[in-house]
Ligand binder design. Structure first.
Ligand SMILES: Nc1ncnc2c1ncn2[C@@H]1O[C@H](COP(=O)(O)OP(=O)(O)O)[C@@H](O)[C@H]1O
Ligand SMILES: [Mg+2]
Length: 381
């Protein structure tokens, strides 16, 4: 349900696991539709009966959207679906409030950024109930604080004020069956200049073995404390010496699962379906190195970009081996002036991945007569 970025992720993973895919979206041009086996245009809130006719035929239904009305509607319809509803509305509700989820995590002893004023400047001020970095400010003094708080107030939200943590952005997923939960793989998320995710890396050694185990324990504990019956991810900032958890989100994320599949052969959507239908996990980690990243090509300029920019992709397809890359989700056509691409590569080690990715970028630069290659990063990391 939903054919935007999360929908692309769900379709991609489902197809890799060998399932037939069907996308429902109210938008005719939702990008996941062109990579799925079939699709339909329906607004589930406005036309629930019409949606139910189709969903009662499905072996599993997964919402790939964050519109609360649609999520509640789907949750109220789930007994009529042809198979499990791969979503936990209660856990989603908890994860939508940073205030509430931080309290749960603090009680469990999960390492969080220190609260203000104990931590001193610089700090981060962010709204409790938003996502996608909306309303997030870095604050260095009392004057900036006022502006940051006003931003949160304008969103009718309450502020979370905490230590500015430096380090890599990290992510991990867990799947729970309502009683127990299993933690999966740590990935590194690389941001563009607008703090949007432009690349995910799945590779050994992002955290030390000890800290990696601790990160896995943290998400497992939180998942079990809230009786998670579905998929959840946890975001943190850290390095080899440790990490601080920023938030949890109980829904299918975009980007990281596809990178994990390329890097480990673990298919989180398949795992989710198995957990929901009482089957054993089939995860076997074939440890490789993988990279998942977005680019926007416009005339002679090729720019790495965040997923928000990539979401403008128009009728993408999945191409294998194009420009020497393992896989591309792209609206590229030979001679096309403007196009978008998600490039997925893996290698048996760092060098193999490095060269596959570099060669593919160079191949695009040569073939499409690119004059400028821009790879932007945030001002402060
Ligand atoms: N305490 C912090 N220290 C440093 N950066 C932060 C902190 N909190 C948030 N950020 C930055 O802001 C982004 C958005 O914050 P996050 O807590 O993940 O909220 P959401 O993604 O729901 O908007 C993060 O990805 C991170 O880059
Ligand atoms: Mg976040």
């Amino acid at each position: 349900m939903g054919g935007a970025l999360q929908g692309i992720e769900a379709v991609y993973l489902a197809q890799k696991a060998g399932y037939e895919t069907f996308v429902l979206d109210r938008r005719e041009d939702a990008p996941a539709r062109s990579i799925s086996d079939s699709s339909a245009t329906i607004d589930v809130v406005a036309e629930p009966e019409k949606a139910m006719k189709l969903l009662s035929d499905c072996d599993a239904v997964i919402p790939a959207l964050e519109n609360l009305d649609a999520l509640q509607k789907l949750d109220s319809m789930k007994s009529g679906f042809g198979g499990p509803f791969l979503f936990d509305l209660n856990a989603y509700d908890i994860s939508c409030s940073k205030e509430r989820s931080n309290q749960i995590m603090a009680d469990l002893g999960v390492p969080l950024p220190r609260p203000y004023p104990e931590c001193g400047f610089p700090i981060i001020v962010k709204p409790s109930g938003q996502s996608g970095s909306v309303g997030v400010s870095e604050v260095n003094n009392e004057e900036e604080m006022e502006m940051a708080l006003q931003k949160v107030k304008d969103l009718n939200d309450t502020p979370v004020i905490q230590e500015f943590v430096h380090g890599k952005s990290l992510s991990i997923e867990t799947i729970g069956n309502g009683k127990t939960a299993q933690a999966y793989i740590t990935t590194e998320v690389v941001l563009d200049e607008n703090y949007d995710c432009k690349q995910v890396l799945c590779q050994p050694g992002i955290l030390s073995d000890e800290e990696d185990t601790r990160f896995g324990m943290c998400i497992k504990q939180v998942a079990e404390a809230i009786h998670l019956n579905g998929l959840m991810d946890m975001e943190a900032i850290g390095d080899k010496n440790g990490f601080r958890v920023l938030e949890i989100d109980a829904r299918i994320p975009s980007q990281t699962p596809a990178c994990i599949l390329a890097g480990t052969s673990i298919n989180l959507l398949d795992e989710l379906y198995r957990a929901a239908s009482g089957q054993e996990s089939s995860a076997k980690n074939t440890r490789r190195w993988s990279s998942y990243e977005h680019f926007h090509i416009n005339g002679p300029v090729m720019k790495s970009c965040g997923e928000k920019v990539f979401s403008h992709v128009d009728h993408p397809r999945i191409l294998r081996g194009m420009f020497g890359a393992d896989e591309m989700i792209t609206d590229y056509e030979p001679g096309k002036n403007e196009w978008y691409v998600t490039m997925i590569n893996s290698g048996k080690d760092k060098e193999e991945l490095f060269w596959k990715r570099k060669d593919a970028i160079n191949e695009i630069i040569r073939d499409c007569e690119i004059e400028d290659f821009i790879d932007s990063t945030p001002k402060v990391v």
